[in-house]
Design a protein around this ligand. Structure first.
Ligand SMILES: Cc1cc2nc3c(=O)[nH]c(=O)nc-3n(C[C@H](O)[C@H](O)[C@H](O)COP(=O)(O)OP(=O)(O)OC[C@H]3O[C@@H](n4cnc5c(N)ncnc54)[C@H](O)[C@@H]3O)c2cc1C
Length: 509
């Protein structure tokens, strides 16, 4: 183990799963003074938590399903999370055209009124009505007419996970990636769990177990001797495509479909537009999720109904798919299943506790973690009080939460750096950017550029501080540089990582 927890020692909490929920719970627990071990079988955010639409949002659509509790909690979290991590979370205006709308304008307006007033909106601008042919918001659309403009936020989802894990580690948690929970059994004082990595299996002992395995939540319950749950999970695949930028402007679109589903079009990585998502029941292995031709056709047809530029499957430059691990509330259609979360506690009366997480949104992860620690508190008498509301994530403590001012300061300090590189680094690492830049006065001092401004110093930081182990970890989860760099960058990174590993092995020998 790398830090914090010695082998054989009884720890307070074993968290299974390094998606947003596991990382958020580990952070919260470590900050309350608990000893924590998190195991993730692949990379942090290796599954659903890097495959979302990347919105910190109340979920306007969920109002139609009467999910007022969820929407209110999510709306309150929205500005809170923005303040905690203004480098990776920022406001986004959404245009909701009324053309092709299956809902009457009065209903949409009423929904948006509720959305603006359910709670938590202090700084984000409220909704306004626009004539799309008379404002820049109509750019790229094939029809004018009336539309609404409302606010939500964007998040770099996989970086949010990593920052939670990093903060957890800095507060004493041990984070082990590429390490799997194989089995767990109750013993007198808690759990005896078997975990496995490339080196083999070993035992750890913990007072409480958190099952934050996302789409694998039921499988993990099955791996635990004598465990049972009345709850079920419903696996629903959602896919996205990335196409060359479809329209001018920094705003996103919420496009309504005849089936009452919605598809978002969002500015992505400067040169692109992100389009999604779908709702498809999934019964395969969660790790095998991939977009299919029908989903691509559905997303592109929706976009083609709204935009002047006609998209064909060949226009798709990248796609990704993720599995929503939704709590099974026995609703018929995939898009109607609740997006709220349920915490299922197995334990008490002398039985060591296992808390399983069903459902949940990225937006509500912090609150979910607070609720989870609340559930576990009676088993862990040494647990401290809730503390995460307003506590900045690593890199997020910038004066006034003002990213633009922070960036201007860095640009002024480093005039010999290309502004685009500084901007990318400041967005990714916030105030921690100095750990990569050090005293460098120009990019040459950061080592070789492996493509797209990815220098050795950044790779070394990602390996040292953020658990990156492969080119894919770096190009598609710690960043989205994979969309910008030449194909050979991946093999150059892997060669560099292998050389670094050989070097550290021979230093240790
Ligand atoms: C298409 C789509 C769009 C979405 N859009 C949004 C959005 O815009 N905004 C929003 O707020 N939410 C959104 N969500 C929801 C959100 O992404 C998920 O609710 C959230 O990421 C789930 O996180 P998790 O930690 O529960 O699961 P995961 O991220 O899947 O993490 C679980 C982890 O557990 C690990 N694991 C499993 N078994 C074991 C084991 N035995 N040992 C060790 N590790 C194990 C897995 O490898 C995995 O990494 C979206 C979801 C999808 C699919």
């Amino acid at each position: 183990m790398t830090s914090g927890t010695a082998q054989g020692e009884m720890i307070d909490l074993l968290v299974v799963g390094g998606g947003i929920n596991g990382a958020g719970i580990a952070r919260d627990a470590a900050g309350r003074g608990l000893s924590v071990l998190l195991v993730e079988q692949d990379d942090l955010a290796g599954h659903t938590s890097s495959a979302s639409t990347k919105l910190i949002h109340g979920g306007l659509r969920y109002l139609e399903y009467g999910e007022f509790r969820l929407v209110r909690e999510a709306l309150i979290e929205r500005e809170r999370l923005w303040k905690m991590a203004p480098h990776i979370i920022w406001p986004l205006r959404f245009v909701l055209p009324q053309t092709h709308s299956p809902r009457p304008a009065w209903l949409v307006r009423a929904g948006l009124f509720l959305y603006d007033h359910l709670g938590g909106r202090d700084e984000l601008p409220g909704t306004k009505t626009v004539r799309l042919d008379r404002t820049p918001y109509g750019a790229g659309l094939s029809a004018g007419g009336r539309g609404f403009v409302y606010s939500d936020c964007w998040v770099e989802d996989s970086r949010l996970v990593v920052l939670n894990a990093l903060d957890a580690a800095e507060r004493g948690a041990t984070i082990l990636t590429r390490t799997r929970l194989v089995a767990a059994a109750r013993e007198a004082q808690g759990w005896a769990a078997t975990i496995a990595d490339a080196a083999g299996e070993r035992q750890v002992r913990a007072r409480a177990l958190v099952n934050a395995a996302g789409p694998w939540v039921a499988e993990v319950i099955g791996q635990v001797a004598g465990a049972k749950s009345e709850r079920g999970v419903r696996l629903i695949k959602g896919s996205h495509v990335v196409v060359p930028r479809l329209y001018e402007g920094d705003h996103a679109f919420m496009l309504q479909n005849a089936d009452r589903r919605i598809v978002f079009a969002i500015p992505y990585e400067g040169r692109f537009t992100l389009l999604g998502t779908t709702d498809q029941p999934w019964d395969g292995a969660p790790a095998k999720a991939a977009i299919d031709a029908d989903e691509t056709a559905y997303i592109l047809e929706t976009a083609n109904r709204y935009f002047t530029r006609r998209l064909r499957p060949e226009d798709v430059v990248w796609s990704y798919a993720g599995i929503r691990p939704l709590y099974d509330d026995r609703k018929g259609s995939a898009s109607a299943v609740t997006r709220d979360y349920v915490l299922d506690l197995d334990g008490g009366h002398g039985k060591a506790p296992m808390l399983s997480i069903f459902g949940g949104k990225i937006t509500t992860y912090r609150k979910l973690a607070e609720h989870a620690l609340g559930e576990l508190a009676r088993f862990l008498p040494n647990v401290g009080p809730a503390w995460t509301a307003g506590a900045p994530l690593p890199g997020g403590a910038m004066p006034g939460g003002d990213f633009a001012r922070f960036l201007a300061g860095i640009e002024a300090e480093r005039p010999n750096f290309p502004p685009a590189l500084l901007r990318r680094l400041a967005r990714a690492y916030g105030t921690r950017v100095t750990e990569i830049l050090g005293p460098a006065a120009s990019p040459d001092a950061l080592g070789a550029d492996l493509g797209g401004g990815l220098h050795e110093a950044e790779i070394d930081y990602l390996v040292r501080a953020e658990w990156a182990r492969t080119a894919e970890d770096i190009l598609f989860r710690r960043s989205k540089l994979g969309l910008h760099v030449p194909a050979e960058t991946a093999s150059r990174i892997d060669a560099l990582l292998a050389a670094r590993t050989d070097l550290s092995r021979s230093a240790a020998a």
